[in-house]
Design a protein around this ligand. Structure first.
Ligand SMILES: Nc1ncnc2c1ncn2[C@@H]1O[C@H](COP(=O)(O)OP(=O)(O)OP(=O)(O)O)[C@@H](O)[C@H]1O
Length: 269
């Protein structure tokens, strides 16, 4: 269980997170939505233990996050960040093996190679395992980073998967496949938290959506509970229709087109 209690975080005089509370059970797939600058990545950094809250607390499996050693944390949670710049010519398989570093001391065991291989197969990157990572396209690099992150906790059900825009730069097939992988990890009792910009993907794959605005948790519920024209307008300041797909019963969000006249006004052209 991941438990967040009254978390507040500030830098200087600016409060980036305000009084955030929620808990997430193993097996839940949660999407975090919100406009640019709402505080989604900042929240993920608090959940990963990278940043410490100003007040409030975060606990994982009943233990305060700040009592975990770095090694213990590496066994219990994995993070996919937005910045994954690797300029040295590491091979793809070496990047994925980096996910196994916390699990061995001197040299990897057969099990580590096997898990890295499985993670590469799950993310569809095994075909370029021998390629130099910097030569891959942006979407391919993102899939390799996902394989690395999954390899880190592959055999640790109940571990926390923190994914900051996991489908950024991916084509539509890999977006769907990536979220399907994350959902299957949730079904294996991992705790999956993903920041997403695509509300339709969140509606398709998440069990639950947390919507953030100006550093606060604004809505928290199932896609059917929280996705409607009013909430979409409140969070993103855009008019949208929200339909229910009759065959899947999932929500479909269709933003209204912004006219040149509206844009002219908002951009003061
Ligand atoms: N170190 C920092 N110093 C000052 N302001 C910061 C710092 N880090 C983040 N912020 C500000 O805090 C706010 C929240 O940032 P955050 O990266 O969490 O947003 P986000 O919801 O992830 O946005 P995006 O969708 O654009 O990725 C932003 O206004 C950002 O400029």
């Amino acid at each position: 269980m991941l438990t967040v209690n009254n978390v507040t975080y500030q830098i200087g005089q600016t409060k980036l997170l305000k009084d955030i509370s929620f808990s997430i059970k193993p097996g839940e797939m949660v999407a975090i939505l919100g406009a640019n600058g709402a505080g989604k990545s900042t929240l993920l950094k608090i959940l990963s233990g990278t940043n410490k809250p100003e007040s409030g607390s975060v606990s994982l499996h009943g233990r305060a996050l700040n009592t975990y050693t770095q090694l213990e944390l590496a066994h219990q949670r994995t993070v996919l960040t937005q910045q994954n710049v690797v300029s040295l010519p590491f091979l793809v398989k070496e990047i994925v093996m980096m996910g196994r570093y916390p699990h061995y001391q001197h040299s990897p065991a057969a099990k580590d190679f096997q898990i890295a291989q499985t993670a590469m197969e799950a993310t569809g990157v095994q075909t370029f395992a021998e390629r130099s990572y910097p030569t891959l396209s942006g979407g391919e690099q993102q899939r390799v980073q996902l394989a690395r992150a999954l390899a880190q906790v592959w055999e640790q059900p109940h571990a926390l998967l923190l994914m900051d825009e996991p489908v950024a730069g991916m084509d539509i097939l890999y977006q769907q496949q990536t979220l399907a992988i994350l959902r299957s990890m949730a079904q294996k009792k991992f705790i999956v938290v993903s920041v997403l910009h695509d509300m339709n993907l969140a509606a398709q794959y998440a069990d639950r959506i947390i919507m953030m605005k100006r550093g606060r948790k604004w809505y928290d519920g199932t896609p059917a509970e929280v996705l409607n024209p009013k909430s979409v307008y409140e969070i993103f300041e855009i008019e949208a229709d929200v339909f229910t797909n009759p065959s899947t019963l999932k929500q479909i969000i269709m933003p209204h087109e912004i006219t040149f006249e509206q844009n002219k006004t908002s951009l003061k052209l």
